[in-house]
Every structure is written in structure tokens, then in C-alpha cells.
Design a protein around this ligand. Structure first.
Ligand code: AHR
Length: 496
């Protein structure tokens, strides 16, 4: 089996936005309680923040953290989460049929973002609430002082405004499972009016309007058109969500779903541009893929979980090696769309469909942690579209699927071309790469993530990224073998 790449500096897609490496923390299961916040745990600091978790998040170089949901936000009263902890109400969380104590709230989250080196991406409730709650929340967070809500923030210990830049106008409002689910017409009007009022309080914010929650929704496409008809001039980003599964237990069809992911993103771009053309607008809308991942392992257990528990074990997928390969190929696809996708949130971050899991004793890292960590660390710079040839296969739902998936990123600060390459085949691949018009100096690092059973999970912490010592680099050409079912990275120092 063979795979060949030609990497040309003029084949630029776009500069990779730092916010492509963002995530989501929702009040759901053990994400917040047990995950971020566990005051009784010896690994926590005086704020109750798990320090082992904070350190693992720093390793992932996460930028934005979307909060507090997810479906949770559509039934959330933000005022419940401020003020003295002993006066905060305990509520029913109807989205996840759990008990919410509000012991971790807005101020705790803002303090935690500082500690973890992340930035907030705050969602407002457009399900059970609307314009009034949103304008009060932004006044509380971003207005300097001298008004009811901004002075209450000061009284609660935050003298300076939080100055939250990025705001989501609700969550998955197209889904009938959502509290306060709306038609596209109803949501479009509400999002427009909410955006108007929020910008009156703070004109400098960025706004994300909710797109389709999956490509399979009957309203997919028409939802975006109608919502953008109302909000095109008000918002900076349109959101989209995408989760994949391998319920059918078909490895090759599973890994081929990156083609669906690519078409999904491309389709949404087309809808945005159609609205732009119809409106004779000069503005090109960017996308916020603010939930993406593999999600299915926990469905059965979740169906059997008793309701009305506090911090129950929900959505605790244990990811295996094939899931890591799926996340790898999704990351490559994201980088291929770096011209339009400016925000992407791996959903989620801790304990809930997450790369990081906590126990009372410590943390363990899931298989999907490793490709995400590498791309987030080294996938910075200008994304370049390689010219690629590869053997292909047909799967149940896809034809001509390349065994090789790849992307290059040129980091102009470190003068490195970094290539991520995945071999989706069960045979080793003869791999060669021509760095046309780059002057390749030396190989800085070559790694491979391979050799695990496709169903192997990582509770025992055996998985690790290993060096690839079988690489030659001469005359601007790199040659090696890609191991069967492997995720690979090459870092090459170049001069201009
Ligand atoms: O991430 C889990 C859930 O998936 C979120 O709450 C919701 O927005 C999506 O359906």
C-alpha cells in the first residue's frame, strides 16, 4: 500500500485560529462536580479545583471553554449560581434529570478559567428564558459598575468586569429534546432581538447563533437559511454540532465518516454563502463547530441510570483506539476547513465524553487525548492542503476512501512544517512526502501512535505516543513506513 504527499507553501488554506482547540464544560454528570470541582479531594486546591485536571488541560492547550451547556443551559437560571454558596438554591436539572446544587457557578468558573489558562465562551438561555435574562447576565459580567447587576458582581467579589468576549445565543434550539425548542422562524427572531440587546450593553462581543444540532435533522439546511435570514448581520459565527459512532462495529466505515464530516462542514459553508449572496452582503460568516467528538459507548448505561442524582455517572464513554483514529481524522478535516471554521470545541473536557477522566485517586487519560494533544500543540500556523495520492477502499456508506488522511501546517515562528498523517488501513503503508519549494533542513521529530487493539481502552494508562526511528529525509523528500492503523506526526525544520 502506498501514500504520497506533495507539500507546496503556496497551497495555503488559512491561518489556524487558536480557538480551533477549544472545548465544552457542561453541568452534566461528573463534568463540573468530581471533574473540575471537588473540594474534599486531596488533589484540589483551596478553591476546590482539581489540580491534576487543571494540569492535564494545560497539556491540551485548550483555548475557549464553552459553558454552562449544552442542553443544560436551556433550563438554567444564571442568578442561582452567584452569591454566597449557602444561599444558592438546589434545582432540578430537567435536561439531564439530575440535581444541580449550584455550588460551582459563574464566579467559580471565571476563576477556574484563569487558573487553567483558558477563556470563557458563555452560553445564554434562550430555551426557558430570553432577552431579559441575557441582558442582565451580560450587564453583570461585562459592565464596569454603577448599575444594579454590575454592582452586584462587585459585591460578590469581582471588582473588575469579566469582559467575556464570546457568547452563544442558546443551544441546539432546532431539537425537540431542547427545553424551549423553537421553529427556525421563532428562534431567528428571538436570536436577533437578543443579539441587539446584548450588543447595546457591550458592542465589542462576538456572537454565535445556533445552527443544526446534527446533519440528520429534517430541518438541516433550511434551519440555517431561516435563522440567518433574521441574524446574518447580527452574529459573527454560526454553530454546528457533530458526533460520530461505530454502533454497527464496522471499523472502515467508521473511519470513512470523516468524508461525511467534510461534506457536512462544506454544506453549511454553502448555505452561509447562499444567504450572503441573497442579502448582497460583504460579510463572510465563520463557523463555530462548538460540539464535536465520538459519542455512543455510554448510551445504554445512561438509559439505565436512575434520575435525580447529584453528579451521576452520565455520558462516561471509555474511548478505545479506533475512537482515537476517528478523532485524529476529524482533526485533520477541521484543519482542512481552517478558512471557515474558527472555533471548534471538543465535547467535552472532563468525565463526560471527555479526554480526561477523574477518579478519587487521580486522573487517567483516554485514547483520544493523544491525537488532540499533538494537533493542539503543533497544529499552529498556516494550514496547507497537501496534494495527496493514496490507495483507496469502499465501505458500506462511502466509495473511494483514501487509506491515507493528511494535513500540513507551516509554523512561521518555529520554521517548521508539521504533517499529521493517518493510515486507515490494516497494512503498513509506504509513505513519501515531497516538500516542494520548502528548503527542508532536518527532521525535528517523527512520532507514531499505533499497535493497540482497536477496542483497547486506556484505563490502565498503557497508551503512549512513540518515536518513529525509521524515517529518512534527503533532498526535500521524506520517506518512511506508516504502521497499520496508525496516527503519525512529522516535524521538519525548513528555511524559506
Ligand atoms: O455534549 C452533550 C450534549 O450533546 C449537549 O448537551 C448537547 O448540546 C448535545 O446534544
Amino acid at each position: 500500500m502506498q501514500g504520497k504527499l506533495t507539500i507546496d507553501p503556496s497551497n495555503q488554506i488559512a491561518k489556524v485560529d487558536d480557538r480551533l482547540y477549544s472545548s465544552l464544560i457542561e453541568h452534566l454528570g461528573r463534568a463540573v462536580y468530581d471533574g473540575l470541582y471537588d473540594p474534599e479531594n486531596p488533589n484540589s486546591d483551596k478553591n476546590g479545583f482539581r489540580q491534576d485536571v487543571v494540569n492535564a488541560i494545560k497539556d491540551l492547550n485548550i483555548d475557549l471553554v464553552r459553558y454552562p451547556g449544552g442542553n443544560f443551559v436551556s433550563g438554567f437560571n444564571w442568578e442561582d449560581s452567584i452569591g454566597p454558596k449557602d444561599q444558592r438554591p438546589t434545582r432540578l436539572d430537567l435536561a439531564w434529570r439530575s440535581i444541580e446544587t449550584n455550588q460551582f457557578g459563574l464566579h467559580e468558573f471565571m476563576k477556574w478559567t484563569k487558573q487553567s489558562g483558558t477563556r470563557p465562551d458563555m452560553a445564554v438561555n434562550l430555551g426557558s428564558r430570553g432577552i431579559d435574562a441575557a441582558r442582565n447576565l451580560i450587564e453583570y459580567c461585562n459592565f464596569p459598575g454603577g448599575t444594579y447587576w454590575s454592582d452586584l458582581r462587585k459585591k460578590n467579589g469581582a471588582e473588575e468586569p469579566f469582559n467575556i468576549k464570546t457568547w452563544c445565543l442558546g443551544n441546539e434550539m432546532d431539537g425537540d429534546w431542547q427545553i424551549g425548542h423553537k421553529t427556525a422562524e421563532e428562534y431567528g427572531r428571538l436570536a436577533h432581538e437578543t443579539a441587539k440587546v446584548m450588543r447595546l450593553v457591550d458592542p465589542d462581543i462576538d456572537l454565535v447563533v445556533s445552527g443544526s444540532s446534527t446533519r440528520e435533522m429534517a430541518t438541516f439546511g433550511s434551519w440555517e437559511e431561516t435563522v440567518l435570514d433574521h441574524t446574518y448581520d447580527d452574529v459573527d459565527y454560526l454553530s454546528l454540532h457533530r458526533y460520530y459512532d461505530n454502533e454497527e462495529n464496522d471499523l472502515h466505515n467508521f473511519l470513512a465518516k470523516s468524508i461525511d464530516f467534510d461534506e457536512f462542514i462544506g454544506g453549511i459553508v454553502a448555505v452561509c454563502d447562499a444567504v450572503k449572496a441573497r442579502k448582497h452582503s460583504n460579510k463572510t460568516l465563520s463557523l463555530a463547530l462548538d460540539e464535536w467528538n465520538v459519542w455512543y459507548h455510554s448510551h445504554k448505561q445512561d438509559d439505565e441510570t436512575a434520575p435525580w442524582q447529584q453528579a451521576p455517572h452520565l455520558l462516561e464513554d471509555h474511548y478505545n483506539f479506533e475512537d482515537a483514529l476517528m478523532v485524529g481524522t476529524m482533526l485533520i478535516t477541521l484543519l482542512k476547513h481552517a478558512d471557515r471554521v474558527k472555533i471548534a470545541c471538543l465535547a467535552q473536557l472532563v468525565n463526560v465524553i471527555a479526554p480526561i477522566m477523574t477518579t478519587e485517586q487521580g486522573i487517567w487519560l483516554q485514547s483520544i487525548f493523544f491525537p488532540f494533544m499533538q494537533v493542539s500543540k503543533y497544529g499552529r500556523g498556516i494550514a496547507l492542503q497537501p496534494k495527496q495520492t493514496s490507495d483507496t477502499y469502499d465501505s458500506k456508506d462511502f466509495k473511494d476512501v483514501p487509506y491515507l488522511d493528511s494535513i500540513a501546517v507551516y509554523n512561521t515562528d518555529t520554521h517548521e512544517v508539521v504533517v499529521f498523517a493517518e493510515n486507515k488501513g490494516e497494512e503498513a503503508m509506504d509513505f513519501s512526502m515531497n516538500l516542494q519549494d520548502f528548503n527542508a533542513q532536518n527532521l525535528v521529530e517523527a512520532t507514531q501512535f499505533y499497535g493497540y487493539g482497536i477496542k483497547q481502552t486506556n484505563e490502565n494508562q498503557q497508551m503512549k505516543i512513540q518515536p518513529n526511528d525509521q524515517v529518512t529525509l534527503a533532498d526535500n523528500s521524506l520517506k518512511t513506513k506508516l504502521a497499520p492503523l496508525s496516527w503519525n506526526m512529522f516535524r521538519i525544520k525548513v528555511t524559506d
